[in-house]
Design a protein around this ligand. Structure first.
Ligand code: MIG
Length: 629
């Protein structure tokens, strides 16, 4: 993605270099006097974006390159993946185990082994004799299926997709007109030229069988193009929208155009339902068509934190729906690493555990009881946060704002944000500060930006504008909520499709003001684009202990019939919610964490625990039921 944001002398700007050739950016050569960029070929076609804030630059960059449509709500639930789950019996067992163990999940992902000899658009009849029945069983339990889609089409006369591809003449070619061949899992393959509108239109229709089975999630892989042992030859010809180009111009948008074709095709075939689309390769603007994951990481701490920073960067580059393989793909994870990775990933935009072929089991219950309980807690916390997180996706669709936000967005001119001691920290939306720690780290040095920050677990309030050390035991990822904000939450449930009648507003008192736009819709169709949605502005005036929840705008009626309000740290006896004075009837001294349960078994009697509670300011907690009007 040839885009960067520069910050100098209290000002910021963005540069989007609209050129698909291999590009170069040189930021370090001149001791900060200048930087330079260029490409192997093509035009110096670039946009200089002026904006007074990083969020304004992201907004303008996504005005240019586009924004995502709302994803299906289920796709922001937890997705369980491995390379690969088979046969069908194993899939049934995995699905059942989630429900039995009371661990929320929304999707099971089918990696390459579901196919017959890795041939795209086929099923292995022995491993999956009744895909339709399988999909129905998953659906009955509230699961969606995501299937692997590789661009390499096996060269095998008689294989329908191959024959049709040849007949329709949609494959990438050498200059002499012969179809290019590269080796991938199926053996020698041809590759559709996705830069050719004709090839995209053809590919788009191929998903009919998946859709008939009830599949609504699609995973575009290997679309760099990745093949065994060789780089793509430079002389390959790409159609490039009728502008014939060589591989040097076409390659960087190949994955983008594949993801586009998959999205456009499945969107059409799903007749009004939202597909979930995921890709490994992309280009500027990929957010219009797909979520992106960071590809094959390795199961160690460095890659866990690197993934966090990649997702921060992708957010700055317009890709709000991004994530990494939680648990680590290559190599063996271990209990602490898996637990930590899952807790961080639960607070990332795209939340999926994945692992390589022949590695140990990596489901939330595969690492012993303590890890299982940590995973359950954080997965449930994510499900409780769904109204908040879904509203962040609306912000991404509307303004291009990332879900996971680098601190450089809200605290651009505080130099501490760029200190690599703190560069793993981020905000999930406007109010939740996440400070990823390594798996064995008991203490973590962190930076609190300006404002005041509530410890998620103890309620202790930390003053902002300071660097300090916090505890980071394995069952408590350092997470803080900004004072003066409101988190709309709900109860956790087995999956995101469970209808809920109670919205829970967690109000974090503090001398600050904030707005949050609560966004709701049916979570599965495009009806929101014609007005079937509901937005409510939640305004918090922390100076006067006043909260205002606006009337709903839009034609969607949600399933919520009541609101529960939970106050955190109100210094006053009263709080005004829409003019009603809500009196606090009693003060309690134990903090009510929004996590329904956060103490895993084997809670260590850590030395800090009691101390933290004593030194924290006195807080009050109250639950008040209001009717939803
Ligand atoms: O050659 O489909 O990044 O997530 O499990 C590997 C098998 C091909 C690469 C993907 C990975 C996936 C794997 N794929």
């Amino acid at each position: 993605m040839p885009f960067y944001i520069g910050i100098h002398n209290g000002l910021c700007y963005g540069v989007f270099f609209d050129n698909t050739h291999k590009a170069y950016f040189n930021f370090g050569a001149s001791n900060n006097r200048f930087s330079s960029f260029g490409a192997d070929a093509g035009e110096m076609n670039y946009y200089l974006i002026h904006g007074n804030s990083v969020s304004e630059i992201i907004k303008q960059y996504t005005d240019l390159t586009g924004r995502m449509e709302l994803p299906p709500r289920w796709s922001i639930g937890y997705q369980q993946c491995r390379y690969s789950y088979y046969p069908d019996k194993e899939v049934f067992t995995i699905a059942k185990t989630f429900r039995e163990k009371d661990i929320p999940a929304d999707a099971i992902v089918f990696d390459i082994h579901y196919m017959d000899k890795y041939k795209i658009f086929t099923w292995d009849q022995e491993r999956f004799s009744d895909p339709k029945g399988l999909m129905q069983t998953l659906k009955d339990q509230g699961f969606h299926a995501v299937v692997m889609c590789d661009p390499g089409i096996k060269v095998e006369p008689g294989y329908e997709t191959y024959d049709a591809g040849v007949k329709n003449d949609i494959f990438l070619k050498y200059p002499d007109g012969e179809n290019y061949q590269g080796q991938v899992w199926p053996g020698w393959c041809h590759f559709p030229d996705f830069t050719n509108p004709k090839a995209r239109a053809w590919w788009a229709t191929k998903f009919q069988d998946y859709v008939n089975l009830g599949v609504d999630g699609f995973w575009n892989d290997m679309n760099e193009i990745a093949t065994w042992g060789n780089a793509l030859p430079e002389n390959l010809e790409f159609d490039f929208e009728g502008n014939k180009a060589t591989m040097r111009r076409g390659r960087n948008v190949y994955g983008f155009q594949m993801a586009r074709s998959t999205y456009e095709g499945t969107k059409k075939l799903l007749k009004g339902k939202r597909p979930f689309n995921l890709t490994r390769s992309g280009f500027s603007g990929i957010q219009r068509y797909s979520a992106v994951w960071t590809g094959d990481n390795v199961a160690y701490d460095e890659h866990m934190l690197l993934g966090v920073r990649l997702v921060n960067s992708m957010g700055l580059t317009g890709v709000a729906f991004a994530g990494y393989d939680a648990g680590g793909f290559v190599g063996e994870s271990n209990p602490k690493l898996f637990a930590r990775w899952m807790s961080i990933a639960s607070l990332s935009p795209f939340f999926r555990a994945h692992t390589m072929i022949n590695t140990r089991d990596s489901e939330p219950w595969s690492y012993g009881e303590e890890v299982e309980s940590i995973c359950r807690n954080y997965i449930k916390f994510r499900y409780q946060l769904l109204p908040y997180i879904y509203s962040l996706f609306y912000d991404a669709a509307k303004r291009g704002m990332p879900v996971q936000r680098s601190l450089a967005i809200d605290y651009t001119h505080d130099h501490r944000v760029y200190n690599n001691l703190y560069h793993n920290q981020y905000l999930l939306g406007p109010s939740i500060l996440v400070a990823p720690a390594e798996s064995n780290q008991q203490l973590l040095k962190i930076f609190f930006p300006s404002g005041n920050w509530y410890d998620l677990y103890s309620g202790k309030v930390w003053a902002g504008n300071q660097e300090t050390i916090v505890e980071s035991p394995i069952h408590k990822l350092p997470v803080f909520i900004k004072a003066g904000s409101v988190l709309p939450m709900q109860h956790s449930a087995a999956h995101t499709g469970v209808k809920q009648d109670e919205l829970i507003l967690h109000i974090y008192c503090g001398n600050e003001a904030s707005d949050f736009l609560l966004y709701l819709d049916d979570g599965e169709t495009f009806d929101y684009q014609s007005g079937k949605s509901s937005t409510r502005l939640i305004q918090m005036n922390g100076f006067e202990n006043k909260v205002t929840i606006s009337a709903s705008e839009g034609d969607f009626t949600s399933s919520y019939t009541k609101i529960k309000i939970v106050l955190h740290g109100s210094p006053a006896d009263k709080i005004l919610v829409n003019g009603h004075s809500l009196a606090l009837t009693h003060h309690v001294h134990s903090f009510f964490s929004p996590l329904e349960k956060y103490d895993p078994i084997n809670e260590p009697d850590s030395m800090g625990e009691e101390n933290v509670r004593e030194t924290s300011t006195e807080y009050t907690v109250e639950k008040i039921e209001l009717s939803w009007s």
